[in-house]
Design a protein around this ligand. Structure first.
Ligand code: URA
Length: 425
């Protein structure tokens, strides 16, 4: 097999054969196919797509590139959640201990933030002492003792995807449904969860900007999971405005703890409960009551144990950025929109995110929202507070917020978008 013929097939809109796919994924993982050749093939896939048969084979080849985990020794059914990424998306933090409190085992392998979307591991690392890197044996111990674990995926899981995702990130080939679906599902299937709920984000702050694309991505992933014996379903959820009232690592941990304490913003609580119900149902735990576990402190108890099991101190004060700058409302009226992408970009520019995967992040940096679309606004009231340790970044962050929101005259009717837009099973 030679790589140029594989590239030509896809460049000329042909269908890749199973042998071509198996060979190119394996040869790239071993270093026989060069980055520039894989980059050319990724661009051909980006432009010309892959059909469902090709996507299924591509995913299987990426799973086969590494190890598969096995949770069959656990006494509880396993349930996992994956979000396609958004602004202020801290849901994994309250969700994992909540679902564990209801009787499932939650092996939540998570990632770091890149660009304007945050990463679960960066958020949790704001907690003094907390460790993202666990060996497989340590991960199993936390799962057995607490019921949920949130940690980094080991290097052995779908190594082909690790290499390919890093390449796509620097070659403009991330936003492709076949490549996103195979990337996410290869990791989730190799991880070995019995059931999986996908939170597919739609809107300015997400990869998928419209519902039709999000539906296609969700349906592709649900089919891949189901074909591999994982009970998979997807919720399509709104990402036109940030989730909750915070975007940034320590700020989002604080908000997650508020949710676990029975408070927190309504959209974060609603989405946490909707995803928990889906996960529990997919895991066969249909009698569980996540709203009760949130209200009676059981979920909070699991959170504290999970953080402690990974070296963290759940009582330690969270880092606070050295400087704050508040943006006030220029007029009175009703806030009709607050753009997720603009807020995510501002948080990233303030130091909450990274441009390259080796960059450090500031734990305290980010953006706090004082109003959400639909709220009445008085001229001069605080709209947003920017947090950073590096105040020279305020001006740069503020430029991304210039056209981030709209205020209409008082009395203007605003339709609030529901948080869950659709469900695919
Ligand atoms: N997340 C992934 O893991 N892969 C993608 O391709 C996009 C988002």
């Amino acid at each position: 097999m030679d790589v140029i013929s594989v590239i030509r097939t896809k460049r000329d809109r042909g269908e890749l054969t199973p042998d071509q796919i198996d060979w190119v994924i394996d040869a790239y993982t071993r270093g026989e196919v060069a980055h520039e050749q894989m980059s050319s093939l990724a661009m051909a896939v980006f432009l010309n797509g892959m059909n469902r048969t090709e996507i299924a084979r591509w995913t299987a080849a990426m799973i086969a590139s590494g190890e598969r985990m096995d949770f069959s020794s656990l006494a509880r059914p396993t349930a996992d959640k994956h979000s396609t990424g958004g602004v202020g998306d801290k849901i994994t933090l309250p969700l994992a201990p909540l679902v564990a409190a209801c009787g499932a085992a939650v092996p939540q392998l998570s990632g770091r933030g890149l660009g304007h979307t945050g990463g679960t591991l960066d958020k949790l690392e704001a907690i003094p002492g907390w460790r993202a890197q666990l060996s497989n044996a340590e991960m199993m111990d936390v799962l057995r003792d607490v019921g949920s674990v949130i940690c980094a995926a080991g290097d052995g899981l779908a190594p082909a995807d690790k290499k390919l995702y890093a390449l796509r990130d620097v070659t403009g080939t991330v936003e492709s449904i076949p490549l996103i679906a195979s990337s996410i599902m290869s990791k989730k299937i190799a991880e070995g969860t019995g059931s999986l709920v996908l939170d597919v984000k739609v809107g300015s702050g997400a990869f998928m900007k419209n519902l039709d694309d999000a539906r296609e991505l969700a349906a592709t992933m649900v089919e891949l999971g189901t074909d591999h014996g994982v009970r998979t379903r997807a919720l399509l959820t709104d990402m036109s405005t940030p989730l909750g009232l915070t975007a940034g690592n320590a700020l989002e941990v604080r908000e997650s703890v508020e949710v676990l304490a029975g408070g927190g913003p309504a959209d974060v609580v609603d989405l946490t409960l909707a995803l928990a119900r889906e996960m529990l149902d997919a895991a066969g735990l249909t009698d569980a009551d996540p709203a009760k576990a949130l209200a009676d402190g059981t979920a909070m108890d699991h959170w504290r144990r999970m953080i402690q099991a990974q070296g963290g101190d759940p009582d330690a004060p969270l880092p606070v950025a050295r400087e704050q700058h508040t943006v006030t409302a220029p007029a009175s009226g009703v806030l009709t929109s607050l753009d997720a992408y603009a807020v995510g970009l501002a948080a990233w520019r303030l130091g909450a995110g990274r441009a390259r995967k080796e960059d450090p992040v500031q734990a305290g940096a980010g953006v706090e929202l004082h109003a959400k679309p639909g709220d009445a606004i008085q001229q001069g009231q605080p709209l947003l507070t920017l947090h950073t340790d590096t105040p020279e970044k305020f001006d740069y962050a503020l430029t991304s917020l210039e056209a981030a929101y709209d205020i209409a005259p008082a009395g203007t009717a605003v339709t609030r978008t529901p948080i869950v837009l659709d469900r695919i099973a």
